[in-house]
Design a protein around this ligand. Sequence first.
Ligand code: FE2
Length: 303
Amino acid sequence: MKVEPITPVFAARVTGIDLKAPLSEEQIRAIGAACDEHGMLVFPDQHLSTEELVVYGRHFGPIDTTLQTRLMNKFQTRLGNDEVSDISNLAVSGEVAPREHPQAVMNVGNRFWHSDRSFADLPDRYSIWSAFQVVDEGGETDFADLRAAYDTLDPVLKDFIADKHGVFYSHNTRDWLCIGDSNDERHAYPPVKWPMVRTHPGSKRKLIWCDSKVCRVVELSLPEGRAIIHELIEHIGEERHRYRHAWRPGDLVMVDNRCTLHRGRRFDLSLPRELRRVEIVDDVPSLGELSWEEWVPQPYAAA
Ligand SMILES: [Fe+2]
């Protein structure tokens, strides 16, 4: 297995391994160690099927099913597997969904910096995508390293956030986009509290724990907290901490959600684009679930 860094600060390309073949304990450990160091790994030309993706994911821990059962199954069951997220703009028929269809709108909601299920009490440790259909223009995924972003953060702001906590809410960006989710959907995950500075267990490096699901800062007024959140996300997304991945069919990409964010990029929604993803649940819980009524601001009404 050959691991080559992609940028000076994170991400690596991994070749010389066939992920369809049974993996040895030694190979699984080596992949975990490479992911701890680089934050994300790109394995080109793997072409894993849905079943092979699930088998690969299980090597790294339990696969999340709550995202499908609590939310996604309400509008999309094309793949019929609660362990697999359908990151596509396809309707159940396999044809491209109309752009106002919830499955197409999901792609719009994904355009904001986040790590997967950062809003859950037990978020996702890894997200692992297999690319099935890609587009020639746009549709890349941007990734950013939260450790590198912490290292370069203005020391005054670093000090300021050291003792602050963020409230992560599942529908924060979807509410801002006025997607019109029902109150049932908006209550599917209670908001959770996290420190804004954490240490990545795999590399022991400090990081900024903030993404677009953060709806407020516990210790600050709503406006001041939201301005700080915006400033941190802008900083995290700077080019010096970022890798833009242009997908090719067969790519297998594995990211450590504990130290990276990602966002989808625009593409022509009349063209088919299809990734399939499994998420591995972490075993480090948040500082606790909070009352939805007390902590989730309501600047926009539900449908
Ligand atoms: Fe995501």
